[in-house]
Design a binder for this molecule. Sequence first.
Ligand code: GLV
Length: 309
Amino acid sequence: MKAVIKVGGSRAAWWKNHMSDLLPEMDVFLADEDYDRDDIEYAIVWLPEPGWLKTFPNLRCIVSIGAGIDHVLRDPELPQDVPIIRTTGTDLSVRMREYVSLHVLRLHRRLPEVEAAQSVREWRQIVEPPAHARKIGIMGLGNLGADCARTLATIGFDVAGWARSEKSIDGVTCFSGDKSRAEFLRRSEILVCMLPLTPATEGILNAELFAELPEGAKVINVARGQHLVEADLLQALDSGQIGAATLDVFHQEPLPDDHPFWDHPDILVTPHIASLIDPVAGGERIADNLKRFIVGETVEDLVTPGKGY
Ligand code: GLV
């Protein structure tokens, strides 16, 4: 059995060695090594370039090194019959939960203003309503979204969630579908985008959506840069319709040097770190998923064909 790994950057050799240890029966190659393309049955990838996966005629399975699979699906020449396995795991949800709680609390307690006051030695006591009087909206109630919604509800926030299909989560008011979108947005003082990136959600964070939020609402995007229309955000911040934004994902990553988000006073930029896959735990999850796939056992992370995420 042979597998090829495509990951960028300095960690490639580490991935190869780690996956070879975890899958001793598999010959593992890096994308730019020498191998016969006909022999490759498994491809483990982050951001494969369009057209690359179709060069392996005997591919049995594609593994996304990520919870998202949009970076695989964006390939117009993607082989259509090859199953895709995403990579999830407890680490991923724990990290996302930490990040989302941290940044919701930061905005809720207006920490940027407290820090600004400190920088001018001002003793500024900001008294905010308690969590139960703060309405949080989570867009996207997949594994990660549902987990964050539950966590924020446990902290005491008044949490609602919105998803394409109906969901039910203890302690969370769930909205679904286009018809209840406006009602969900109207109540969201802090909106967290945790949607999968699909043609239906691309550009969803736009002027029209911002106008439906309460004035001064705050936005957190931990999903994909392509969910956000960047110019619309800048304008909504200018007009005060949006009070602040915390962004972990961008159209172009790394965020270009001259991008206006870098020094915008109401934007916090973090470099796609909300929930990075831990290479050790992620590798184990990938190996476990592949072993199950190979012997025909159920793979929880297997993507439902045609669902698009
Ligand atoms: C990272 O953004 C992922 O999809 O896991």
